[in-house]
Structures are given as structure tokens and as C-alpha cells.
Design a protein around this ligand. Structure first.
Ligand code: GLY
Length: 361
């Protein structure tokens, strides 16, 4: 599998994608010319699967390692967990030249990145994503942070890793529901950026579990998604404009997650619902054809993902929640809406009336 570069004005880095490459992590990191102390941050389950291979690889390459485990789950993505990582960093005398390695999914990656951005005002950071969602989205692009009691990811920093080391074989231990959640983000790239990726996904018989996906298609899904993300982030690292397209499906998705108290849906499922809703709004506004919206919805359903906003959620509550989203600018809700498969626009012209009408169809 190829290497992809995230090309930035400062601190460009590689996304290295290769099956069975976790055992080579130490050698890959040796190329970065970093200091020899490494703090590996993970959760107990992931570390149980991959910690030994990771630490052995780092030690064999001459790194001195220490470990910090954070219990799995969004409820631990907070400043208390960060404080405990700082304690481990202090106890192990981590230095400016040291490196924090995130071995895990999006929660571990976001927290490790935030610790790396802030410990000693910035140490090296390497992402080793273990979920499909983290592989194709969260590990690339430098969004790091934790939740505040009043909202998700309200505390954070843009802080780019030195390397994203992707070993797709790690996906074999990912629960099927989490795999499907990652597929939602792959479909997202097809709709916002890469029509050919979308068509390839349409041609696959089943998308609802890893075992039904060929190695070849998995490679395409990972490389094309990472390529799309790298291109977008390369053009707009700090989300001044274009990068917002990566939030396709997230406006209504976040509202659904929030109104169901983060208990009913995992993030990718909420994004799937949000993409279907955004498609309806785009069709209602005359920006997208019904036929293409149906192609999107069929692909989402084929991946075993939900497509409907739960009937118990009132549209007025969704509208209210959308207005309090942290991405609202000058009081205007900006939607990412498809114009064609592979092309979206960012617009603040979706009024409450339009949204209500589209969502009640
Ligand atoms: N996950 C959206 C972004 O990285 O901008």
C-alpha cells in the first residue's frame, strides 16, 4: 500500500499504510529523528491485543518505552484523564524530544494528541489508529482534544502528528458495529470528494462487515479516504473554509447524538443519519438530484447503517440543537450539501423552514 503525504506549510508528515506493519513501528519512527523516550497511550483492551507487539518493536529499534492506559469510552475523554497522562509523563521524565504514541481509536488519538500538544508546550506525536473511523478520519489532520461537560470536543488544539502509521490488519479485532461506523466516513469521502471511490463501494456486494470486503477493496477504501483527507487538510489545515466539508453529515448527526444522549448511536451511525438528512435538504433546495440522493442512501443502508432520524425526536428539538452547535458562525447554521456525487457546497441558506420540510418527507 502506498504512503500518502499530508502536505502542510510546516510539519508535513506521512500516512504510512501497510498490512502487518505494527511490528515495524520502531523502525518507522527511527526515521523521524526523534529522541529515544516514547510514551505509548492506549486503552486496556487495545493494549491487550497490540501492546506487546508495539512495545517490542519500539524497544528493538532502541526506544525507551513507558505506557499509560485510559479506560475505553467517550466518558473518559476529559481533562481528568489528561491530568493522569501528565502525571505519567512527569514520573517518566518525558522530554521535549520525546514522543507520545496513540495506540487506539479516535478517543485515544484525540487525547494523546492533546497531551502531546500541551506537555512541555509540545512533544512529538505519532498516531497508530486501530479503528476504521480513526484510520480514515480522526488520526489524520491534527484535530486533538477532549470533551467539556457542556459539549464534545470543546477543548482542544490543532496539533499535527509526525507520522500516521496504519496497519489495516489491526481491524480484525474491531467489533462489527465499529467497523460499520467507519464505513460511514468512507462513504462520506465518496460523496464529498471522490466519485470513483463512491462507485467502487456501490459495486461491492456487501459492506456491512470486514469479512465481506476484499483486501483490495479495503486498501482502496483506506488509501482513497486518507488521500481525500490529506488533500483537504493540505489546502485548509485550520478549517478556515474548505475543511468544513469533512463535517458532511455531522450537523444533524451531532444533534441526533446529543438528543439521544450519546447512548443510542455511535458517531459513525449518527453521521450516516446526518448524511441522509443533508441529502434530503439538498434535494429540497434543488441543489441535488433525487436519484443521486437515493444512491447515497442505498449505499448507507447496504453498509448496515441507520438512515432515519428516530421518530421520537422532534424536528423542532433538532433545529434548536443544531443552532447551539459549536460550528455555527455568526448565528448562521452552515450545512455541507451535495451538488453531485463527489462534490459538495457549504451554505448558510438552509432555513429552518427548508430543513423542517425536508426532514418531514
Ligand atoms: N473530522 C473532521 C476533520 O478532521 O476536520
Amino acid at each position: 500500500m502506498p504512503n500518502i503525504t499530508v502536505d502542510l506549510p510546516q510539519n508535513s508528515y506521512a500516512i504510512a499504510i501497510a498490512p502487518d506493519s505494527l511490528k515495524d513501528l520502531g523502525d518507522q519512527m527511527k526515521q523521524l529523528n526523534i529522541g529515544n523516550k516514547v510514551l505509548v497511550i492506549s486503552n486496556p483492551e487495545i493494549f491487550g491485543h497490540y501492546g506487546k507487539t508495539c512495545l517490542e518493536s519500539l524497544s528493538a529499534a532502541g526506544f525507551e518505552t513507558c505506557t499509560h492506559l485510559i479506560p475505553a469510552g467517550e466518558e473518559y475523554k476529559n481533562l481528568q484523564s489528561i491530568q493522569q497522562v501528565y502525571d505519567t509523563a512527569f514520573a517518566n521524565r518525558l522530554e521535549r524530544s520525546s514522543t507520545f504514541v496513540a495506540l487506539g481509536g479516535g478517543v485515544i488519538g484525540d487525547m494523546t494528541g492533546f497531551c502531546a500538544a500541551t506537555w512541555l508546550r509540545g512533544v512529538n506525536f505519532v498516531q497508530v489508529p486501530t479503528s476504521l473511523l480513526a484510520i480514515v478520519d480522526a488520526s489524520v489532520g491534527g484535530k486533538t482534544g477532549v470533551n467539556h461537560p457542556q459539549g464534545k470536543n470543546l477543548i482542544g488544539a490543532f496539533y499535527q502528528p509526525k507520522l500516521v502509521a496504519i496497519d489495516p490488519t489491526l481491524l480484525k479485532t474491531l467489533p462489527p458495529r465499529e467497523f460499520r461506523a467507519g464505513i460511514a466516513e468512507v462513504i462520506k469521502y465518496g460523496v464529498i470528494w471522490d466519485e470513483d471511490l463512491f462507485t467502487k463501494l456501490e459495486h461491492c456486494d456487501r459492506l456491512d462487515s470486514l469479512e465481506h470486503i476484499s483486501d483490495e477493496l479495503l486498501e482502496i477504501m483506506i488509501t482513497r479516504s486518507c488521500q481525500a483527507k490529506a488533500e483537504v487538510v493540505g489546502k485548509d489545515e485550520k478549517e478556515a473554509g474548505l475543511r468544513a466539508i469533512l463535517n458532511y453529515g455531522h450537523t444533524i448527526g451531532h444533534a441526533v447524538e446529543s438528543l439521544t444522549h450519546y447512548k443510542q448511536f455511535v458517531h459513525g451511525e449518527a453521521v450516516a443519519i446526518g448524511m441522509v438528512a443533508a441529502g434530503k435538504i439538498s434535494v429540497e433546495m434543488g441543489l441535488w438530484t433525487k436519484e443521486e440522493a437515493q444512491r447515497q442512501d442505498a449505499l448507507i443502508a447496504k453498509a448496515g447503517l441507520p438512515t432515519e432520524i428516530p421518530s421520537e425526536l422532534a424536528i423542532d428539538d433538532i433545529l434548536e440543537t443544531i443552532k447551539s452547535d459549536k460550528k455555527v458562525k455568526a448565528g448562521k447554521v452552515r450545512f455541507i450539501l451535495p451538488l453531485a456525487i463527489g462534490k459538495v457546497t457549504i451554505t448558510a441558506r438552509a432555513t429552518s423552514e427548508i430543513i423542517s420540510k425536508a426532514l418531514s418527507l
